[in-house]
Design a protein around this ligand. Sequence first.
Ligand code: GLC
Length: 814
Amino acid sequence: MTRNLLFAAAAAAAILMRAPMANAFSPAPNAAEAAGPQTASLPDGVEVRSGGVLLRVTALRDDVLRIRAGRGQLPEDASWAVLADARRASVKVEALAEAGAVGFRTKDLVVRLDPTTLRLTVEDREGRTVLADAAAPSLKERGFSLRKSLPDGERYYGLGDKAGPLDRRGQAFTLWNTDAYGYQDNSDPLYKSIPFFLGVAPDGKSYGLLLDDTFQTWFDFGRTDPKQLSIGAQNGPVDYYVLAGDTPKQVVEAYAWLTGPAPLPPLWSLGFQQSRYSYMSDAEVRSIAERLRQERIPADAIYLDIDYQDRNRPFTVNPKTFPDLPKLVSDLRGEGFRLVTITDLHIADAPNQGYAPYDTGVAGDHFLKTTDGKTYVGEVWPGPAVFPDFTRAETRDWWGSLYKNFHDAGVAGFWNDMNEPAIFGTPTKTMPPDVAHRIDEPGFTPRTATHAEIHNVYGMENSRATHDGLLELAPDDRPFVLTRASYAGGQRYAATWTGDNSSTWSHLALSVSMQLNLGLSGFAWSGADVGGFAGSPSPELLTKWIEVGAFTPLFRDHAAKGTRPHEPWVDGPEQTDIRRHYIEERYRLMPYIYALADKTARTGLPVMRPVFLEFPRQPEDGNLAAFMLGPDLLIAPPRNGESLDPFDVTLPGGGWFDYWTGKPTAAVVHETPSLARLPVFVRPGAILPRQPLMQSLSEAPHGALELRVYPGPHCRGELYWDDGRSMRRDDAAVLRQEVRCETTPNGLKIVFERRSGGYRPWWNGLHVAVYGWRAPQATAKLDGKPVPTVFAPDPGVLNVDLPDQPGPAVLVFE
Ligand code: GLC
């Protein structure tokens, strides 16, 4: 009985079992355990106490497990990353009735714990191993390590925007948010710590693992020992989640269930964004805006980097160079531009100077302190600076209130940079590990924590404070926050970018794998500085980067101080024409991109995807540089940068369509690189919605919505529209519609399903274009009534114009 009471949470339901005497951990068992490890079945899992360590495995869902362990007791049930509802979820499990085994079954999984060694094995219901400990877990006085099997052929993805190849196998990483200016392929650690990875077997079966420990952690995917995957932490709780799926998509969706999907961004943020460190004056910003319009380069946002501020002090404006910010904002708005301003997290250490963020911060006791109780001061852009204590709700509220003036002035978005936090003039590039943070957060016991514990979540909590502050100021407007540092779950608050990359061809390639892995790690909205931040791109590199960037989630051209200008027009009309063409294409594709954004907000599926996410059983085909925008577009940038060597693109499942010509392709397309061509292919079975060209997303387009239909298997497309800005997601505020197609013996049938949601879209009709039509003629009927058809621009493309179709309706081509 006494022993049973040790299992506080399980006391009632526990079935006490005796296991053989053994010890997986270093400390000696206490007297109560001298008789050996004790195990208990719980309604939703199992618990084992052995060698002074308590380990519990529970099922949050049939496909999601949580594993926690601690010395004597379980770690606190709290998390910065995992949603409280997900942590509280549980499913009933069936205890294993196997001799000598401890464990349980869910509908999807079989979990076994060896009470002797505490080794954990997770299998699917067919008995196939999902994940198995390769050694007993090792808990030290501080920190722990876990070793898992590393099956042949399994590939690993995730960990956010770590550099290096897309597949993490054979690599090792440290997670410690770091200002990494000038990083290269093999640099580590970088800006973010997202301790989540995905393991994908050759047949597509997948699992994910989130190690929810905010201290410095490490992941070694067979680099030290090619037979083992090992992960560990310097300190903090053993608290991890295993997510299993038949496909990687299922795991990515389960991860979004756990940590929250990236919400729908404001529509304008999906347009072309022009930035530079820094546009130095009101006049310079106006001239950039004017030139973009003159050159007919569609664009939606211009960024102000730190030089718009008074002496680099966040939340100030230099009155000499930007004498009237509200006027600048409203004039730009008149031209269809939004302004985004940087607001770094460091606050200048400026007592008695009338600097309100400092004064109100001191008055509210919002700054971090050293162990001796003095305010911690570190050197950053403004010189000596102090740092908000973002793990306190009260401090986050205060921080959010600092945006009021800028918000009132009409600034549309905010950029939280340097929030690793970056500190100059110290070898660690950040603050000392013993700086004290106060935790005041539901789920956590209020306490003081060291910077070593909070460092990796500090940037995320900074972006959270900004996001929540903006919502407080304008509850119906979708906030736009861009953050450099973050942690698992940070996608709930901000979009991100890959930090200070370089103007080289290898960085263009790297930006693709970094953004793909960010997308698999929850961050659907990411960008890389187009053209490269450090250094000056050649005209060709900038052009190719703009081409690729046009098909990535966030499309922002940005450059460091002292580099040559990067704006699309700077290299003369020939380059400008190519660049304009790709930027325009992105604007035309906006209905497709926006429908993806809606899907992402509901499912967590990334906008930019590795090919294997859509085609998990497709063998690795060497298309290493290729990626997908949503389920239907495959983009294949040249493999070797500026090299003009031809390369082959292998399209999953056979021939696709060339996006640019609309012509059906072979299964392997031979590409000869050229500056003006970025190979883009459309999946057979895609229905792509497109819109008329505009210079800014704040203009309502005029005319018809175009539906490009590419017949093939699983033929479908999705329409989504709303007002582009509001938080409302109710039926009246949105429009969703599915359009399907089927090939028939004589032609093609297009089905417009009934529209859901009552939002009235901008289009006044539909232009349907069917690609790959082989017959010399065609008739079309909409719900039985004839509609005129036109072949254009060539005989393979069949067009009809229709009134808008809220559905249900059927269009038949014969
Ligand atoms: C950091 C940012 C960069 C920005 C610069 C000045 O280096 O990563 O994007 O331009 O600071 O604010």
